[in-house]
Every structure is written in structure tokens, then in C-alpha cells.
Design a protein around this ligand. Sequence first.
Ligand code: TRH
Length: 398
Amino acid sequence: MLLSKKTHLEQETSISDNPEPRWDIFSAVVDNYGDIGVCWRLARQLVAEHGLRVRLWIDDLTSFQKINPEIDPRSPVQVSRGVEIRKWAESNLAVEPADVVIEAFACELPAAYVASMAKSGRRHAWVNLEYLSAEGWVDSHHGLPSPHPRLPLIKYFFFPGFSPSTGGLLVEKNRLVQRALFKADSQLYTAFWQELGIPIPEKNEVRISLFCYDNNAAISLFTDWAKGATSVMCIIPEGVATTQISAFFGEPLPVKGNLFQNGSLIVRVLPFLEQDRYDKLLWACNFNLVRGEDSFVRAQWAARPMAWQIYPQEAGAHWPKLRAFLDRYCADLPKPTAAALNSFFEAWNGGGSGVPDWESLWRHRTALENHAQEWANRLIKKEDLTTNLVKFCNNKLK
Ligand code: TRH
């Protein structure tokens, strides 16, 4: 049954008279946090910067709560940051379909919802938001239509990417300005660490964030950092690299406690941070180890040296994706720096020697730092993903 009247929530939020197209974003948590991470950023940016009315459908509110503590996992309908959040459940789906419908990462819309789009008598912009890839084929696939086999509907493929022929990258307006202010303002910087209950870095200390999949190469990094002459504090989210923390520090599993020390290395384990706070952590660290898709993009906006563990796929399908990124990222780096970064990425992803060489990489610290800044400055000149997506969908609605 379709709801012909405004829902209670719509009446309450007084945005129901907004003449702009309404958006529904569907997100299924496959595993991990990347799908909801991307959709949550997109949804709030659509509201905050484009004044749009957005419903975000999510099948796993508990995972969502990890990156947005405002979420009540028991509540089927709630509002956070101006976004209407709906539990993606059969019982909740009796709604009029929105004008713009985003199917994130091929999560497959409910059949009844698709049928009601076809019956609505209105135009819909139906978009499959794809995973990010730096590969060249993305340019020619971005924006391609896929007509529905039976219904009078067309779904379009929207690819994030690094070249101007793709949908671009997610980034909020002013994000780089906020980051620059944060870096320049010692009070903001100090307050950030105080809020986390972590002392500000000592002089010459190297502060590193580490977010990875199950990765034994972490043990060799711990070893290098512990033996090194420089103090290193490595900040790790709860539940990440626990096997490696246990193996290196000789702690039985499940690892208890949140502070471990060996030689020059201190490891601090933190609960998951709210998403904007996680961004700040990336701004505040000297080096970021990130993974998947969203933290990988955020590490680039942080304009700090970084290494990426790509989401591993069967039969090594992720390697071309990783190399395509490295080709772009390293194109303007001095050759020895590019070589060190390439081998580090390769080993961090279980290839090459399998042992990431920290010392050889960090020798290039200054070049890596300058490059990270230039890379972010270059990327920000391109239109952001949300603006591109809004334009794309508005065109389809004409
Ligand atoms: O969690 P991920 O491994 O997600 C992955 C990838 O998206 C991958 O491509 C996809 O196929 C798979 O999920 C299903 O890594 P990612 O993409 O970095 O997402 C993590 C999100 O969690 C991101 O939005 C940042 C957020 N986050 C926080 O908000 N707070 C934190 O403390 C941490 C560590 C992460």
C-alpha cells in the first residue's frame, strides 16, 4: 500500500513543502562500514549543502550507530542531522517512492518499491552508486543507462573516480578549509587529543592511525616502530588488528586494555569514533593507514602521507584497482619516493616481500608530506561527487 498522505514525520519536520526533488538512498551493510559510511556522508551533504529532503534506508542500524552514535538501533524511523533514517524492513517500506532513488553499491531495491516507481506516473532518477576505482575504464562507464527488462524504468550507473569524466569524490564544502584551520590552531589540535584522553604528541613523536583488515604485516610494522629511534604512537580502533596486537604484545585473545607499550612504540586502542571525529584523527596524525573506500578517500583529504589496504577480492581482482590508484598517485612523485611507496603499499596488501619497509618509506617523509598536500589541492579543484550527482539526477528528472 502506498501512503497517499504525508507521514507523521514529514508533517513534523516542516520540510514537506520543499519543492526540490525528494531523495531515497538505499544502503545495505554487506560487511564492514564502507557502504553506510559513504551513504551517510552523501545523505547529510545533500541536506546540508543542497537543501534536499533525504530518506536514508539502512538494513543494519547497529553498524550505523558505530559511526553515528545518535542512531537508536531500535527505532524504525528517526532523524539525524536533518536526514530521515529508516530501517530498511518490509514493514517500513509502504511509502511513496522519492523522485531520486539511489541504490548504493548494487544493493538491489525491494521489488515492490521498484514496481511503485513504475506505477507512480512521475519521472524518477534511479541511480546505482558504484564503488570507487581509479581504473581507466570507469570514464567510459560512468553515467551509462541500464533499461529495466520489463518496466518503463532506466537505472543509471554513477561511478566515483579521480578523473573529470567520472562522478568525482565525496567531499564537503569547506572541508579543506576546516582541516587547514584545525592544523593551524594549536588550541583545536590540543582539545582534540584531550577529548580522546590522549596526551598531545611529544616533540619528534610520530603519530599514526591504523585501520586495516586482518593483516599480519601489522606485526612487522609494530616491530619496526618498537625498535626505531623515534617514538611512535599508533592509534587503532577497537576490534581492529586484535590478532596482531595479541601476537606482538603477548596478550591473550580477546585483547583487554587499551594501552600497550614495547620499546619506542605505544599502541592506543580507541572505541570507534563518530565519523567527523575520525576525519579529525586523520588530520591530526602524521601517517594514516586506511582501508576500503571511505577512509581511503578521507586520508587523501587529510593531506597526510598514507597507505591503503584495499578490500581484498577473490582471485586478486583488487590488484589492478590498487595499481591504478598508485599510478595516478605516484605520477608526480620523485622516482625513489614513488618506488618506496609502491613497495610499501604492495607489502601492506600482502604482495611483494609481504613485509612493509617502514624505514625506507619514512626516509621520504618530507616528499610524501608535500605530495599529500599537493594531491589534495589538485583533487579539490574538481567538482565534488554530491554536486555532480545532484546535477546528474536533476537532468534525468527533466
Ligand atoms: O569498513 P570498510 O572496510 O568498508 C568496506 C569498503 O567500503 C569496501 O569497499 C566494501 O566493499 C566493504 O566495506 C563492504 O572501510 P571504509 O570504506 O573505510 O569504511 C569505514 C567507515 O567507517 C568510514 O566511513 C569511516 C568510518 N569510521 C568512523 O566513522 N570511525 C572510526 O573510528 C573508524 C575507524 C571508521
